[in-house]
Design a protein around this ligand. Sequence first.
Ligand SMILES: NC(=O)c1ccc[n+]([C@@H]2O[C@H](COP(=O)([O-])OP(=O)(O)OC[C@H]3O[C@@H](n4cnc5c(N)ncnc54)[C@H](OP(=O)(O)O)[C@@H]3O)[C@@H](O)[C@H]2O)c1
Length: 245
Amino acid sequence: MANIMITGANKGIGWEFTNRYLYRGDTVIATYRDKDRSQELLSLRTRMVDEGNEALIPVLLEVRDQASIDACFDEVSQHIESLDMLINNAGMGDNSVDIGDAAVHKSFGNLEADAIVDVLAVNSVAPIMITQRFAPMMEWADNPKVVHISSKMGSIELRGDSGYYSYSASKTALNMLGRIMSHDLMSMGVISVMLHPGWVKTSMGGPEAPVSVADSVVGMMKVIDGLTPEMNGGFYDWEGQELPW
Ligand SMILES: NC(=O)c1ccc[n+]([C@@H]2O[C@H](COP(=O)([O-])OP(=O)(O)OC[C@H]3O[C@@H](n4cnc5c(N)ncnc54)[C@H](OP(=O)(O)O)[C@@H]3O)[C@@H](O)[C@H]2O)c1
């Protein structure tokens, strides 16, 4: 059974990954950043421990804060020696509560430098810094993997309209950073890819999204299970289709 770390595990896609890997029998390091918003995750841990099952390990992590990444690493090291998979899932949209009203921030004429930098810090820089910190823990794992949850919105070729400046650019940057890092990771035996989960019904994707969280995560788990060294550094969707950069 694998040791899997998932960031942003308290809701949406991260929560679904957490439940499905637990169900499969894996140990899940599930990171969250706010206790009040993570009650479902924390009470699942309590219920499992009551049944003698320690497979769910919730750990605090504010992904944009290096001190938090270091503290998370120290805590995770107390539970496991080797990490088989890291899923960099935590992310924010242009319209996140972190930066206020979407209509203000995402349109031309109202762009704000700090708001753009905020999105880049969370969606592009954080996954790379987290991966760098945890990579040494993956070196001795069997078939280790890093999955960066990216987005089709980050494909320069596929973006044909305006809007979502910072979100789209943040995923483009993630793709490039992840692509470069894939070479370093491969030299340690770690396969890494960027995955687009589909347009998914979560608080980020909204209720009109056509793909359910379950379908998206089941699809991505299949793609992840089938990853080969030839796919290293690639950009794929939840159904395994390669996406243009
Ligand atoms: N839904 C879609 O249609 C879609 C499409 C393409 C790509 N994606 C990507 O899929 C991933 C998951 O998205 P989702 O739809 O599941 O969104 P979601 O329901 O909004 O969940 C986002 C997760 O990221 C966490 N997070 C955000 N900022 C963070 C920070 N600074 N530090 C730590 N954790 C942070 C959130 O924690 P809090 O609850 O504490 O805020 C939450 O757990 C994201 O990377 C997103 O860009 C989603």
